[in-house]
Design a protein around this ligand. Structure first.
Ligand SMILES: *Cc1c(COP(=O)(O)O)cnc(C)c1O
Length: 416
C-alpha cells in the first residue's frame, strides 16, 4: 500500500539507496544505543525526579531542577560542569557569552579553523556595537588548507600567546569537511605544544552525540551549542548550553547573569520538562537526522549529484550538502522538502534577499519549533556551487519521505 505516489524511477533509486544505507545505519543504531545508555545513566546517577521538572519563578534561587539539568548535561558530555539555560536565545548567544566570559581587553582570540560562522563575525569584529574588538580583544586567524583541512603548522606558528583558540566543528555554509573528534584532538595538541595555558573553545553546533566522544575528551576546555539543534532532541523550545571545565563554565555564568552570582540565579519557569525530555530523546533524534542525511546523500549520488559528505563517510555532524546543479534544481528541491513537512506543508518557499548574503537564499522548514534545524530543513544560496545544505529529521520514516518528495518535485519538472 502506498501513501505517497512516487515514480517507478524514484522508487527504484530509493530501494538501491536503502541497500547502500545498510552498513552506515547499523553503525548509527549502535551509536544511538550507546548514547541512549549514557543519557539514561546520567538521569539515574543524578536521581532525577518529577519535582525537578517543575521549575521556579522570580530570582530562581535554589532551583534544584535547573542545577540537576546542568549535572545531567555535564555527565553526558564528559564535562566537569555545564550551563544549560533557556535564556540563551540561540547558539550565537551561547558562543558570545563564552567568548565574553573568558576574554579580557588585550587578550587575543585565535580562530584555528578559518573564518567563523557568519553570525559570530560581527561579535568578534563589529564596529561600535559592543563587539569583542570594541572591548579591546584582538583577533587572529589560521586559515584552513586548500583541501579544507586544518593547518597544523600554521596553528603552531600562531598559537603562542593567544588566550583562546577557537574551533568550529561543523562546516556551516561551506563545502569544507566538518572536523572529527580525532582531527580536533590533533588541532588541540598543536595548540598545546606551543601554549599549554590556552583555553580551547569549540563551536559544537550540530556535532553533539554524532560521535562516541565530544571535543572535551580530546582536551577542549569548553564546548557550546544550541538546544534547537541536536541536544534539544526536537523537544526543547529554546535555549543553549556551555559545558567544560568548571572554572571556565563559572566565568561564562558570570557573564550570562552577573559577576559573583553566576549559576545561582535565573528562574527556569516552565522550560525544564522540555529540556529534560529533549536531552533524553536526543540520541534517537540525532540518529534519525543522521539516517535521513545518509539516505539523502546515497539517493542523490545515485541520481548523479555530488554530495558532501558521501553516504559512507564517517560523520561528525548532521549536515550534508548536495550539489544539485542550478537554481531551478535548488528551488524545486526546497519546495519538495517544504511540501513534505508536518507543519506548513502548504506553503511554497521562494528565494529572497536575506540580510548578510550576496545572493538570494531559499529555505525550507516546516517545523514544530521555529527555526529548529534538528527537524528536517534545507537552505540554499542561489549561487555557485548551487548546493543545498540539508539537516535534521526527527524520525527516519518522515525524514526519508521528505527527501523522496524533494526528489520527486525535481523529477516532475524534469530537473534531475
Ligand atoms: C547553528 C550554528 C551556530 C549558531 O547559530 P544560531 O542560529 O545562533 O543558533 C553557530 N555555528 C555553527 C557552525 C552553526 O551551525
Amino acid at each position: 500500500m502506498a501513501v505517497f505516489e512516487f515514480s517507478p524511477r524514484l522508487t527504484e533509486a530509493a530501494e538501491k539507496a536503502m541497500q547502500l544505507c545498510r552498513e552506515p545505519f547499523a553503525e548509527l543504531d549502535r551509536l544511538a544505543e550507546l548514547n541512549g545508555q549514557k543519557v539514561l545513566k546520567a538521569f539515574i546517577d543524578n536521581r532525577i525526579s518529577d519535582i525537578h521538572m517543575k521549575g521556579t519563578n522570580g530570582y530562581g534561587y535554589g532551583d534544584d531542577g535547573r542545577d540537576k539539568l546542568d549535572a545531567v548535561f555535564a555527565q553526558i558530555l564528559g564535562a566537569e560542569d555545564a550551563l544549560v539555560r533557556h535564556n540563551f536565545v540561540n547558539g550565537t548567544h551561547a558562543i558570545t557569552t563564552a567568548l565574553f566570559g573568558i576574554l579580557r581587553g588585550g587578550d587575543t582570540l585565535l580562530s584555528i579553523t578559518g573564518e567563523p560562522y557568519d553570525t559570530i563575525q560581527g561579535v568578534i569584529n563589529g564596529d561600535d556595537i559592543g563587539s569583542l574588538k570594541d572591548f579591546g580583544v584582538k583577533y587572529a586567524q589560521v586559515d584552513l588548507l586548500p583541501d579544507g583541512m586544518p593547518d597544523l603548522d600554521g596553528i603552531r606558528a600562531k598559537a603562542a600567546g593567544c588566550k583562546v583558540a577557537y574551533i568550529q566543528r561543523s562546516r556551516g555554509y561551506s563545502l569544507r569537511p566538518s572536523f572529527t573528534i580525532d582531527i580536533i584532538g590533533e588541532m588541540i595538541e598543536a595548540v598545546r605544544s606551543v601554549n599549554k595555558d590556552c583555553i580551547v573553545m569549540v563551536d559544537n553546533c550540530y556535532g553533539e552525540l554524532v560521535e562516541e566522544r565530544e571535543p572535551l575528551a580530546v582536551g577542549a576546555d569548553l564546548i557550546i551549542g544550541s538546544l534547537i539543534k541536536n541536544l534539544g532532541g526536537g523537544i526543547a523550545e529554546t535555549g543553549g548550553y556551555i559545558a567544560g571545565n568548571a572554572r571556565a563554565v563559572e566565568l561564562c555564568a558570570y557573564r550570562l547573569t552577573t559577576p559573583g552570582t553566576g549559576k545561582e540565579v535565573g528562574a527556569s519557569l516552565d522550560q525544564l520538562r522540555g529540556m529534560y525530555l529533549g536531552i533524553f530523546h536526543a540520541p534517537e533524534a540525532v540518529c534519525a537526522a543522521l539516517k535521513t542525511s545518509v539516505f539523502a546523500t546515497a539517493l542523490f549520488e545515485i541520481l548523479g549529484c555530488e554530495c558532501f559528505p558521501k553516504y559512507n563517510e564517517k560523520r561528525t555532524d548532521i549536515i550534508a550538502a548536495l550539489k544539485l546543479g542550478g537554481e531551478q534544481q535548488l528551488i524545486a528541491f526546497c519546495q519538495g522538502i517544504q511540501a513534505g513537512s508536518p507543519v506548513d506543508s502548504f506553503a511554497a518557499p521562494e528565494p529572497w534577499d536575506m540580510p548578510g548574503y550576496d545572493s538570494k537564499v531559499i529555505m525550507a522548514a516546516g517545523a514544530f519549533t521555529m527555526g529548529s534545524s534538528v527537524e528536517l530543513s534545507a537552505d540554499a544560496p542561489l549561487r555557485e556551487p548551487y548546493a543545498v545544505w540539508l539537516q535534521g529529521g526527527l524520525t527516519f520514516p518522515t525524514g526519508k519521505t521528505g527527501i523522496m518528495l524533494a526528489a520527486q518535485s525535481m523529477m516532475d519538472k524534469g530537473l534531475i
